[in-house]
Design a protein around this ligand. Structure first.
Ligand SMILES: [Zn+2]
Length: 70
């Protein structure tokens, strides 16, 4: 029974982490025009303070909060 319990806990933990990595709803990207580098537009997350550059239209698709801060 302990193996079953362990598998259930492991599944829940994996599900939480997978969801957290994909979930960007917590991020509120704000364009930081002063930090633009050429064609790269700088965005800053108002929710977690993460900074990201993107050459695409619109804000980044992923949250960078898990990356180490420079
Ligand atoms: Zn964020």
């Amino acid at each position: 029974m302990h193996i079953v319990l362990g598998l259930i806990i492991a599944f829940i933990v994996v599900a939480i982490f997978a969801r957290r990595n994909r979930n960007t709803r917590g991020c509120r990207w704000r364009e930081d025009r002063a930090g633009n580098r050429g064609s790269l537009r700088k965005y800053k997350c108002a929710a977690c303070g993460a900074e990201a550059f993107t050459s695409q239209k619109g804000p980044p698709q992923t949250c960078k909060s898990h990356l180490p801060k420079s």
